[in-house]
Design a protein around this ligand. Structure first.
Ligand SMILES: [Zn+2]
Length: 315
């Protein structure tokens, strides 16, 4: 039996767990991702510590390590490149960890990992045409089309957080460009969108500040916040409509803390706002409680040749 360590390196949090034949062994380890420093050595020693900690609880030798990484990534070279929501710039990860632990180390971007997790154990099981969308600190996606994952040149296809969705508020995205979805609806930028929305509509912005408080105010029935949420939902629907016409999925699986914790305000209302050019797909919430990328990392740990597409042939 091959025991593997799966790591989900997120912009805010990092989780790790040991898997054996697709089944988690023991508890997950959860750590705060180092946010302030940009030195590659900081990230590598953090990952190394996390892997040692989680494998300490496991009896038996670890045979491989799989990483789900908030990208962009270059999975041909095992490198993290200019992640917009972390301070790191260029961090070779797979090579150094492989030398340190003496086992194969493989990586994919976190949205492809999440998609694999849903295909393996979640709402996308046994489906051939699936889009995975995560709305968390950032926004990203993965596409499984006619039985294959869409990878792109270096493993970054379907970076849908950077779809253009708006010209009215003209907000800058984490990538530096304007009008991108992530600059409006992600956990990181939603409070700024609310502040800008208040200014644009001549509302006094004495209201809620953080994303959580904004959603709580909406649930308490604050009229202005509800109007803002309606505009937020329309922006989400703009992006999801573009995704539907581009990929013609049978099902879209939504994941990520912002969506999972606020689906009452975000998901149901959005279904009524998406374009109806193509028949709308089923839209579902992930039922894997945030573990989809971790499960996907465990699949990738065993090899780039997966049942969902061969990640080893990028080029
Ligand atoms: Zn962008």
């Amino acid at each position: 039996m091959v025991r593997t360590v799966a790591v989900d390196l997120g912009a805010t949090r990092t989780r790790a767990a040991v898997y054996e034949s697709g089944v988690r062994q023991g508890e997950k380890v959860m750590e705060r991702t180092p946010a302030a420093e940009s030195e590659p050595a900081v990230l590598l020693s953090f990952l190394s510590r996390t892997i040692r900690e989680v494998s300490r609880n496991s009896c038996g030798k670890i045979g491989a390590i799989g990483l789900s990484v908030a990208g962009p990534v270059d999975i041909r070279h095992g490198v993290l490149i200019n992640p917009p929501n972390m301070a790191f710039r260029y961090v070779p990860i797979c090579g150094p960890l492989s030398r340190e632990f003496g086992v194969p180390v493989r990586m994919v971007n976190d949205c492809h990992a999440g998609l694999i997790g849903e295909l393996e154990a979640g709402a996308a099981r046994e489906k051939d045409n699936v889009v995975y969308i995560t709305i968390s600190t950032g926004i990203g996606g993965g596409v499984y089309a006619n039985g294959r994952i869409l990878l792109g040149r270096a493993g970054n296809a379907v970076e849908i957080g950077h779809l253009h969705v708006d010209d009215t508020y003209d907000l800058a995205c984490s990538c530096g460009h304007r009008g991108h979805w992530e600059g409006y609806s992600s956990g990181r930028f939603l409070p700024r969108f609310f502040a800008q929305w208040c200014t644009y509509h001549g509302k006094l912005h004495g209201g809620p500040d953080g994303a959580r408080e904004i959603f709580a105010s909406a649930r308490r029935g604050d009229d202005d916040v509800l109007r803002f949420i309606h505009d937020l939902v329309r922006i989400n629907a703009r992006a999801v409509s573009d995704v539907i016409v581009a990929y013609d999925p049978a099902v879209i699986v939504f994941d990520g803390a912002v969506m999972l914790e606020n689906s009452d305000l975000l998901l149901g209302p959005m279904a009524g706002e998406v374009d109806r050019f193509l028949e709308p797909p089923r839209m579902e919430l992930s039922r894997l409680a945030g573990d989809a990328p971790l499960i996907g990392a465990a699949v990738i740990a065993e090899g780039y040749d997966t049942p969902y597409g061969d990640f080893g042939v990028l080029g």
